[in-house]
Write a protein that binds this ligand. Structure first.
Ligand code: GRG
Length: 288
C-alpha cells in the first residue's frame, strides 16, 4: 500500500519535472539542456516526495500547486549537486553513474545551470502560489533550508574543515545544515501546503529533523558497505577518505544503532500528527 503510494508520488514528480525547462529558442537551448541533464538524471526524488507526502498527510491535495512546490525543492537539490561536483568544490566526474554536469557542459555552463535551477525554484513557487501569504511562507521555508542558515552554511563549513580533524559535534553541525536542513524544509513546506495546524507542523518538524539525521548516517554507512537501503538506490556521495563520517568517528555498529534510533525518533514524532502519516512512516523505514 505505502510502497505503491511512494511509487505513485515518485512518478508524479518525475513526470512534472519532465515538463520543465523546455527550450523556447535557440539562444537558451544549451542552458536549458544543461539544467534538464541533471534534473532528469535519475535521483530518488526524496525531497519532493516528502513535500507531497507531508502535504497529503495533513489533508492537502496533490494539485498543480503542490507539484510545482515539490519540483522547486528538487531544483534546489539538483543545483546543489551540480555545484558540489565542480572543480572548486568536490571535483567529481561522476554523479548517479553519469558524467557530472561540468564534464558534459563545461564549468561555466554548470555554474549557470545551477544558478538557473536555484532561481527558478523561487519562480515556480511564486507562479504556483501567486500573491498569497502561503507563497511567502513556503519561499521563506525553502530559503531557510537552502541558504546561509541551512545548506549553504553546511557546505561552507564542510569546505573550511577539509583536511582537518573534526569532532562529532562539528560533523553533526555540518550534516544538520548541509543535508538535514533541506530535508526538514521539504517536510515543513508540505505541511504549509496542506494547511497543517501548529501541532502537525511541530510533528513534521520533529520528523524532518530526525529523518535528515537518519539519512545522513545511512548515506555514510552505505559509502562503506555498499548499496542496499536508502529507498533502494544509493548513488554514491562524497566518500573522500580524509572526510570525517559517522563510521570513521563512531565505527559501523554504533553508526547503525544511531541511524536506527533516528528513524525511531522520526516515527515517534509523527505520533502528534493530525492526519495520516503512513507514507511518511514508510519513507522513514526505507531509509535504513
Ligand atoms: C553546493 C551549496 C552547495 C551545497 C551542496 C547536498 C550538498 C550540498 C552536497 C552533496 C554532498 C553529498 C553527496 C552529501 C551526502 C548526502 C546527500 C545530500 C546525498 C545526495 O542526496 P540524494 O541521495 O541524491 O537524495 P539523489 O541522487 O537521489 O537525488
Amino acid at each position: 500500500m505505502s510502497k505503491a503510494a511512494l511509487a505513485e508520488k515518485t512518478a508524479l514528480i518525475s513526470n512534472h519535472l519532465e515538463g520543465l525547462f523546455q527550450p523556447t529558442d535557440a539562444f537558451n537551448d544549451r542552458l536549458y539542456e544543461a539544467m534538464r541533464y541533471s534534473l532528469l538524471a535519475g535521483g530518488k526524488r526524496l525531497r519532493p516526495v516528502l513535500v507531497l507526502a507531508a502535504c497529503e498527510a495533513v489533508g492537502g491535495h496533490l494539485d498543480e500547486k503542490a507539484l510545482d512546490v515539490a519540483a522547486a525543492i528538487e531544483c534546489i537539490h539538483t543545483y546543489s549537486l551540480i555545484h558540489d561536483d565542480l572543480p572548486g568544490m568536490d571535483d567529481d566526474d561522476l554523479r548517479r553513474g553519469k558524467p557530472t554536469n561540468h564534464v558534459v557542459y563545461g564549468v561555466g555552463m554548470a555554474i549557470l545551470a545551477g544558478d538557473g535551477l536555484l532561481t527558478e525554484a523561487f519562480s515556480l513557487i511564486a507562479k504556483a502560489c501567486g500573491d498569497t501569504p502561503l507563497a511567502a511562507a513556503v519561499m521563506r521555508e525553502l530559503a531557510e533550508g537552502a541558504g546561509i542558515r541551512g545548506m549553504v552554511a553546511g557546505q561552507g563549513q564542510d569546505l573550511l574543515s577539509e583536511g582537518k580533524r573534526i569532532d562529532l559535534d562539528h560533523m553533526q553541525w555540518i550534516h544538520r545544515h548541509k543535508t538535514g536542513a533541506l530535508i526538514l524544509a521539504a517536510c515543513r513546506m508540505g505541511g504549509l501546503l496542506g494547511g497543517a495546524d501548529e501541532k502537525s507542523m511541530a510533528a513534521l518538524t520533529g520528523y524532518g529533523q530526525a529523518l535528515g539525521l537518519a539519512f545522513q548516517i545511512t548515506d555514510d554507512i552505505l559509502d562503506v558497505v555498499g548499496d542496499e537501503a536508502l529507498m533502494g538506490k544509493h548513488t554514491g556521495s562524497d566518500a573522500k577518505s580524509e572526510k570525517a563520517t559517522y563510521p570513521t568517528l563512531l565505527g559501523l555498529d554504533q553508526s547503525r544503532a544511531l541511524a536506527e534510533e533516528a528513524v525511531n525518533d522520526a516515527l515517534a514524532a509523527l505520533g502528534d500528527l493530525q492526519g495520516d502519516g503512513s507514507l511518511l512512516m514508510y519513507i522513514a523505514s526505507r531509509i535504513l
